[in-house]
Design a protein. Structure first.
Length: 229
């Protein structure tokens, strides 16, 4: 029986790609640069690559948060702009904008009081806390575990060990992680020995090297998995 749900935020409860585009275009307008759709897509791919380096332990958080803008500014021909300034403006804007994944507030509300719900995220602490507050999702959570604060990163087992130590009566057999990232959420869940629910709205092929216990297209499927599983 599941009594503990570990939720990812970006790409799972919140549509990060939409927030990223809005925050990025607004950020660059403040530097008098109007980005094209192609350029925002380029930034997104650079950003994804940088976060993978963090997950793999090949770069630190501070390195990737600036490196993504160093690479992007060079790629679009604006390397005269200070990447540190861009980072600061972007992060402030990113914390102010959010878009729900379909059904996310409703499923968190339905599970509230029936199981314990926690956030597990690699995102920047002040940005994630602001989004949880502004979106209202934070009110349904029993706790928030942010890698920057607990000094361990998904998918490291150490990240999940620290979460387990902070959750009263934690048992891996009664815990499920729900997330969109194979390399962060599902791989992390595998290492932690907990049930893994892959939020896979576009129906991507199942990986051959990662255990997926539940492959879902909609967050509306979560109720049956958690409450009847």
């Amino acid at each position: 029986m599941i009594n503990t749900v570990l939720w990812d935020i970006d790409g799972t409860l919140l549509n990060f790609k939409k927030s990223e585009e809005v925050a990025l275009t607004g950020c660059f307008r403040s530097f008098s640069v109007e980005l094209t759709k192609e350029q925002t897509a380029l930034y997104s791919s650079i950003n994804d690559k940088c976060w993978k380096l963090l997950e793999q332990g090949k770069a630190t958080r501070e390195e990737i948060l600036v490196r993504r803008f160093v690479e992007f500014l060079a790629a679009i021909g604006y390397d005269q702009i200070d990447p540190e300034r861009v980072r600061d403006v972007y992060e402030k804007r990113l914390g102010d904008v959010y878009f729900f994944e379909p059904g996310s507030p409703d499923v968190c509300r339905r599970l509230f009081g029936k199981v314990r719900q926690y956030i597990v995220t690699n995102g920047t602490e002040h940005v994630q806390r602001k989004k949880l507050k502004n979106s209202g999702l934070g009110q349904y959570m029993d706790g928030v575990f942010i890698s920057q604060a607990i000094e361990a990163t998904k998918p490291e087992k150490a990240f999940f060990d620290k979460c387990a130590a902070a959750i009263p009566g934690y048992k891996p057999e009664n815990t499920i992680i729900i997330g969109d990232s194979l390399s962060s959420d599902m791989e992390g869940g595998n290492r932690a020995g907990i049930r893994c629910c892959w939020y896979n709205p576009f129906g991507q092929s199942l990986p051959g090297n990662i255990r997926i216990d539940h492959d879902i297209r909609s967050l509306d499927e979560v109720d049956d998995i958690v409450l009847k599983g």
